[in-house]
Design a protein. Structure first.
Length: 541
């Protein structure tokens, strides 16, 4: 029930109670006017007097008594109903101000109560700190464990924030998994807010156990202060949100203070996001190709497909700038398929022995239709599935291994090969090599680039190569930049390599000229290659 409806019902019942009171009052007046005469005559008659009882008067007396009793009981009932409605109105008002799950203020109430605290802090010469706290990867908790566990986690986070926040603080829940804590502090002691933020990050990094399951999570915190070019509590909250975004971009599970450069970065990001939405269908994001070389023969065996954004005014934008934006905005699937389509079309008339390696994002492996989309793109472009190698990272396997196995199974059934990318950087495990039918292991460039002067890197690379040999999985080393590294890898038995030693990534026209010089172009696209097995013609429509 809303506050407005509760108030309307209260006024209606007050009106009804007034009418009941009026009738009861009239009955009392009539009772007083008739009771004396009727009672005197009745007593005289009962004592043997010849007084005659006025039956009509006596009936009116009884009717008045009944009306008085009715009015009393009705008054009691209406009073209780009015009290209930008043309580309901108070509850509705409370619900309009607070989050029912955590008991924290909602965003509107934080703005109202925060405005008063903001003004008070200024009068007293103090500063007001605004901390915005966001649970990292909260959606995956709901997806993996259900919304009931998600609500329990939210309650745990609220309790932890309450325990850490200063005694006189305003606590609010701003959204599904975002909270706020604001308090007044001495402007000369910035470290007060730092310590509180650090305690929240550390306290909420501890596992939360419920229903026999340990939930591992973390939070990111953004902090802003009112005495730094901040005109209102709403502006303060906005600045804290900008700082929160910076903390998450920097790697999560940390806190960051707002500064004006963050606002400019956020504006730039917004411009890039808007531009990316139109750049993908316009094919401004294009494939570049990095050579992959057989370390024994020195011959080109294929290319890894990379993405570059050829912006009309900003020039070429590197993937580490726009790929995170594509992942955050859900554009990564559309972007990846666009790059694949362009790359497949460009490579159709390359030598049949040249392969293409394409990396797919962990987010794409959440799409149950990914395999069908890739196969449909192959059919539409006429590129042979046997010349395609899909690269995935180990971290992608943790979100939903059964779904990843299903996607990979569909791709493998069409003859597409599978490579485990960046092996050795994260969760390297033989279990992952057994979980999916990999055809190749790729050694991360962070190890390759330092094998000449870092004994640990030498040991890691050597171990990976030997592991690949024992499992019949050839290895490809990334990041080869000089001949000495190449020679060392060749001696270890590494099969393939790629890196700047063999040239920078090239656009489609540049690759075509290179392959023409090496006589690695066919006369025309190979139309004799049959489509992938089991693909109906309708997929090409």
């Amino acid at each position: 029930m809303t506050v407005k409806s509760a108030a309307t019902r209260s006024l209606r019942n007050i009106s009804r109670e007034f009418m009941t009171g009026a009738v009861t009052g009239a009955a009392l007046l009539l009772f007083v006017g008739t009771a004396g005469t009727a009672i005197v005559k009745a007593l005289a008659h009962w004592h043997g007097s010849d007084a005659v009882i006025d039956r009509a008067l006596f009936a009116a007396l009884l009717l008045n008594a009944a009306l008085i009793l009715f009015g009393w009981f009705r008054y009691r009932a209406l009073s209780e109903e009015l009290n209930d409605l008043t309580d309901a109105g108070r509850q509705a008002h409370a619900l309009a101000q607070r989050d029912p799950l955590t008991g924290f203020l909602n965003r509107r109430s934080l703005s109202e109560d925060g405005a008063a605290l903001f003004a008070s802090a200024r009068r007293r010469g103090k500063a007001m700190a605004m901390l915005t706290i966001d649970i990292d990867h909260f959606k995956s908790v709901n997806d993996l464990h259900g919304y009931t566990v998600g609500d329990l986690l939210l309650g745990h986070v609220a309790e932890t924030i309450t325990a850490i926040a200063p005694g006189v603080s305003l606590l609010a829940r701003l959204g599904a998994d975002e909270f706020a804590c604001t308090f007044v502090f001495d402007a000369a002691h910035k470290n007060v807010a730092d310590r509180i933020a650090e305690r929240m990050v550390a306290g909420l990094a501890l596992p939360f156990r419920t229903n026999g399951v340990d939930i591992h999570t973390s939070v990111s915190v953004g902090i802003a202060r009112s005495d730094r070019d901040c005109a209102s509590v709403d502006a303060l909250l906005r600045n804290a949100d900008i700082a929160l975004h910076a903390a998450k971009t920097a790697g999560r599970s940390r806190h960051a203070w707002f500064d004006t450069s963050m606002e400019r970065s956020l504006q730039l990001r917004g411009e890039l996001e808007a531009g990316l939405r139109s750049a993908i269908p316009a094919q401004e994001v294009v494939p570049y190709f990095e050579q992959q070389v057989d370390l024994t023969t020195g011959l080109i065996t294929g290319f890894e497909v990379l993405a570059r954004w050829e912006h009309p005014t900003r020039g070429t934008i590197a993937p580490d700038v726009f790929i995170p934006i594509a992942e955050e905005t859900g554009l990564i699937g559309e972007l990846s398929l666009s790059i694949m389509r362009q790359a497949f079309a460009a490579a159709r008339d390359w030598d049949a022995g040249l392969t293409l390696s394409v990396n797919v994002s962990p987010l794409q492996l959440r799409d149950a239709w990914l395999a069908q989309k890739i196969i449909k793109t192959l059919v539409e472009t006429g590129f042979p599935a046997s010349r395609l190698e899909i690269e995935i990272t180990e971290s992608a396997l943790f979100d939903n291994l059964p779904l990843a196995q299903s996607i990979v199974g569909s791709l493998k059934n069409q003859g597409i090969r599978l490579a485990l990318d960046d092996f050795g950087t994260g969760y390297s495990s033989l279990a992952h090599l057994r979980a999916l039918p990999f055809d190749r292991i790729k050694i991360d460039k962070s190890f390759v680039s330092s094998i000449l002067d870092n004994p640990e890197s030498i040991a890691i690379v050597n171990t990976i190569v030997r592991l690949g040999d024992s499992l019949n999985l050839p290895t490809t080393a990334e990041g080869i930049e000089d001949a000495a590294i190449e020679e060392r890898l060749r001696g270890m038995g590494c099969a393939k390599g790629q890196g700047y030693l063999y040239g920078r990534p090239l656009g489609a026209a540049q690759v075509r000229r290179l392959l023409a010089e090496k006589r690695l172009l066919t006369q025309r696209p190979d139309r004799s290659v049959p489509p992938p097995r089991g693909i109906a013609p309708r997929l090409a429509g």
